[in-house]
Design a protein. Structure first.
Length: 394
């Protein structure tokens, strides 16, 4: 009987550069890890690769000038409204730089008290004590007077000031507006880029219905400009700052990569190992209130064995109800039998009450993101064993 459940290992790899054979690097690194800290490969193990090294190996980059060219082509009026960009130096500042380089005037509509992923833009307690409410539209003058001294508790930066300085640095004018109704932008311009991530399709449809000329951020750099990189599905969504003039895009060839790695691992180990690419995990910081998911999806590519949602029973519920009179080994064996005989689909069943109703790729991706971190751990590959095991597994 196994006395250990799920085991997660961060796998160190060589530093990945553009046009490296990432599939071989991943396979070699996992095999080397199995020798340095011995573990045996099993069917339904999972190998996960961070999207950052996938994009790097693809050489899928765009420059600020590339962005400026695409925006200028789509907005010849040289003025544009930006709806709900996130407040991020890593995620949005270089995109904004490119837009500002192409335009004469930007009107930026920001939600409040925070952006889509939870980055604060004002002091919520002060808002509650002010005459203003979440349904109001605030001008830049009102924001500056009432809330403009706000600085994010973790970064120490006011992103309105940061974005203003960045735009002015590209010889572009800017006006800020604060509203939780996207149509507030139409009082200023009907030439729009909606920059929100998870509500992007709904926002675009909402503004199109009001007569706006609108592109989603996912439609900027969704095709090559000269020799630039591009992402046909997500455009600039999921991109990260690389240098002061270049961004790495979200992966575009992950579907081929995961199958390639799965095939090479099958040949090397004789086991059927699942493979996925992961980005941000889908979880929220209870202190800073930041929802981590700034990528358009947790996993842009995965093998078929990772499709679907968990089908688990809640052990506490079964123990406290059906087997309330049992204890010790008798209880354990009864629950094991319950697991073995459970329905193939427990959706809506009381037996699954309290289990996590999320997709497997989102759960595994969040586990991987927490394991690899976003800094200097040097483990862009994560190896997971026993994720699909349960108490009844031998």
């Amino acid at each position: 009987m196994r006395n250990v459940g799920t085991v997660v290992r961060g796998i160190r790899t060589p530093i990945v550069k553009e046009h490296d054979d990432l599939a071989q690097i991943v396979v070699d690194s996992v095999l080397a890890a199995s020798q340095s800290e011995p573990f045996a490969f099993r069917d339904r193990d999972i190998v996960a690769i961070t999207e950052a090294v996938v994009g790097i190996s693809e050489g899928n980059y765009v420059t600020v000038d590339d962005i400026a060219s695409d925006v200028a082509r789509k907005f010849p009026e040289k003025e544009v409204g930006l709806v709900y960009p996130i407040l991020s130096r890593n995620r949005f500042s270089m995109i904004l730089k490119g837009i500002a380089r192409a335009m004469d005037k930007i009107t930026m509509l920001l939600s409040f008290p925070a952006d889509e992923v939870g980055n604060g833009i004002l002091d919520e307690e002060r808002l509650e004590q002010s005459p203003y409410h979440l349904g109001d539209t605030l001008t830049e003058e009102v924001y500056t007077k009432e809330f403009g001294d706000y600085k994010h508790p973790f970064t120490g930066i006011n992103m309105v000031d940061f974005y203003r300085d960045l735009i002015h640095g590209e010889n572009c004018e800017v006006e800020f507006v604060f509203s939780n109704d996207a149509k507030a932008i139409l009082q200023y311009t009907n030439h729009i880029i909606n920059c929100d991530i998870h509500t992007r399709l709904k926002t675009k449809k909402y503004l199109e219905s009001a007569g706006a000329t609108i592109y989603g951020l996912y439609e900027i750099m969704n095709e090559p400009i000269g020799n630039s990189g591009f992402n046909p599905t997500y455009g600039l969504l999921g991109s990260n700052k690389s240098t002061e003039e270049r961004l790495k895009l979200f992966p575009k060839s992950g579907d081929q990569l995961v199958v390639d790695i799965q095939n090479r691992l099958r040949e090397a180990t004789g086991k059927e190992i699942e493979v996925m690419v992961y980005g941000d995990g889908a979880f929220k910081d209870p202190v800073g209130h930041i929802w981590e998911l700034a990528d358009p999806v947790v996993s842009p590519a995965y093998t078929k064995g990772l499709e679907g949602t968990p089908n688990e029973i809640k052990l506490k519920y079964v123990s406290d109800n059906k087997f309330a009179n049992l204890r010790g080994e008798e209880l354990k064996e009864a629950i094991k039998e319950e697991i073995r005989e459970k329905d193939s689909n427990l959706k809506g069943s009381m037996l699954s009450q309290g289990t996590t109703p999320r997709r497997i790729t989102d759960l595994v991706g969040s586990l991987c993101d927490l394991t690899s971190g976003s800094g200097d751990k040097g483990t862009p590959v994560v190896y997971i064993q026993g994720y699909f095991d349960n108490l009844a597994s031998d």
